[in-house]
Design a protein around this ligand. Structure first.
Ligand SMILES: NC(=O)c1ccc[n+]([C@@H]2O[C@H](COP(=O)([O-])OP(=O)(O)OC[C@H]3O[C@@H](n4cnc5c(N)ncnc54)[C@H](OP(=O)(O)O)[C@@H]3O)[C@@H](O)[C@H]2O)c1
Length: 445
């Protein structure tokens, strides 16, 4: 591994140097163990501690297949899917690996008694498989997490529609929270040159998801002047949705749960901010019944902030706890676009407010290659910025995941993999200097 790292850290390594670097037989990776699937049985979600289920193991190097790349991972990031995997909710990810393994001899490689997690990376290509022309050893890359087979016609308008669509490092093995990772080369994108490894690794999954969900015509298709209600506006997804709303001429109405989170939204440029904790919204009276008066109070607060207007789009992901309110506060003809259900997936809302006011609920999930590419391009141009707040080592991934599980973080939480320290990997110092305050916005708190 030292030879690989030396080649990356040296300023004069060539593609041939990377192609000739000796590959180790094993590498260090953050794993889940299949024989521990039941370890949290009977516990409430909040009591399931990722530090107990996430291990740092030496695992064998997988064989490289056609259309694939082996990447030296300098940095990765914790996503909420790392939390879901680590607490085995809503289902154990080993079921995904078993199902994928039944597809072909090549996918069988993924069905193992351990699962290497991680759906983001920034690093350097070491090897490419047969049939790969667009990428070569030595390329500095980030990887998006859409894994598709594309053998069916269904995915050829929009790759998210492929029947064999999976999220790499969640529904497939050999993810990015490791020293090495295996990806399909149609996951690769150029690493933004002005960012460090850990900054470059942090936007990927959430940035692409927010782009499709809010900006793309496959999602809400936001336009100039729209009012956009953004739940968790300083969190992983929300910190990008807020930037997209501001950059696209819309008005974000940011919902957060603390004054510190409100401050970070203000620092991004948002003005309309609701602190849901301070204002004490209780959308549910009890387990079964919601309180429409609270929806109304929330809608009234939005109108105060927008000069009397309702929201055109709700950027939804908390799910059960907020969905009734989200449907209620959307303007006539508006869109509720949802990509998740963190607080519960059995939603309840008053359908009269949906059909009588001709609103639409749109489901959105990750992003296709083109959308991920466009989202990454905006980061590379310094128009959208990473929202990295804290960086951990690979050994500390359990703690990093616990922080996200307990909602104690801001923006994104990064993980150093091969990178020996923070701050490495910047190739365009001039562009960086131009945007440094924005790049560091989430770190200064
Ligand atoms: N489908 C996809 O492709 C996709 C992609 C990315 C993420 N996701 C999912 O989306 C969800 C959010 O991901 P993320 O990365 O943004 O997570 P995150 O960094 O934890 O941010 C979520 C934010 O939502 C807010 N929130 C949490 N529970 C809430 C509740 N009950 N009511 C209101 N607000 C609540 C919190 O902000 P405040 O406390 O400040 O309000 C939190 O910071 C997760 O379930 C994740 O798995 C799906």
């Amino acid at each position: 591994m030292k030879e690989i790292l030396d080649a990356i850290l040296s300023s004069d390594s060539t593609s041939a140097d990377f192609a000739n670097v000796k590959l180790p037989e094993s590498y260090r990776a953050v794993t889940l163990h299949k024989d521990e699937e039941q370890m949290f049985a009977g516990l409430a979600s909040r009591d399931k501690d990722p530090r107990r289920s996430l291990h740092l193991d030496d695992v064998p190097l997988p064989e490289l297949g056609p259309g694939e790349a082996l990447v030296a991972v300098m940095a990765s990031a914790v996503n909420y899917n790392t939390v879901w995997s680590s607490i085995f909710e809503p289902v154990s990810t080993f079921g995904f690996l078993e199902r994928y393994g039944r597809l072909s001899p090549l996918t069988k490689r993924h069905d193992l008694p351990y699962h290497v997690l991680g759906s983001d990376l920034a690093g350097v290509v070491l090897r490419t498989g047969a049939g790969v022309n667009a990428w070569k050893p030595g390329d500095e890359v980030v990887a998006h997490c859409l894994s598709v087979e594309l053998e069916s016609s269904d995915g050829h308008n929009d790759t998210m529609m492929d029947p064999e669509q999976r999220i790499w490092g969640f529904e497939t093995n050999f993810g990015g929270l490791a020293q090495l990772a295996l990806v399909k080369t149609n996951q690769l994108m150029p690493k933004p040159a002005h960012l460090t490894w850990e900054e470059a690794a942090s936007p990927g999954l959430v940035n692409s998801t927010a782009y499709r969900q809010l900006v793309s015509r496959n999602g809400a298709g936001m336009k100039q002047g729209d009012n956009v209600l953004i739940w968790g506006a300083s969190g992983g997804l929300g910190s990008y949705a807020t930037q997209y709303a501001l950059a696209g001429g819309a008005t974000p109405v940011c919902v957060v749960s603390s004054p510190e989170k409100a401050d970070i939204c203000r620092a991004m440029g948002a003005e309309a901010i609701i602190d849901r904790s301070a204002e004490g919204y209780k959308f549910w009276k009890d387990e079964q019944n919601q309180d429409p008066r609270e929806w109304k109070r929330f809608g009234g607060r939005i109108r105060e902030l927008t000069g009397g207007e309702d929201v055109d789009i709700v950027f939804e992901h908390p799910g059960r706890e907020t969905f009734g309110a989200s449907v209620y506060v959307t303007r006539k003809g508006g869109t509720i676009v949802t990509c998740a259900s963190t607080s519960g997936y059995m939603h309840q809302y008053d359908n009269r407010y949906l059909w009588m006011s001709l609103k639409r609920i749109v489901g959105s999930h990750f992003a296709n290659y083109r959308e991920a590419w466009e989202a990454n391009r905006l980061v590379a141009k310094g128009k959208i910025h990473p929202t990295l707040s804290k960086v951990y080592t690979l050994e500390q991934t359990g703690q990093a995941s616990l922080d996200v599980h307990q909602n104690r973080h801001q923006g994104k939480v990064g993980v150093l993999c091969l990178a020996p320290e923070e701050g490495l990997g910047v190739r365009d110092a001039e562009l960086r200097a131009e945007h440094l305050p924005a790049i560091n916005r989430f770190r200064d708190i």
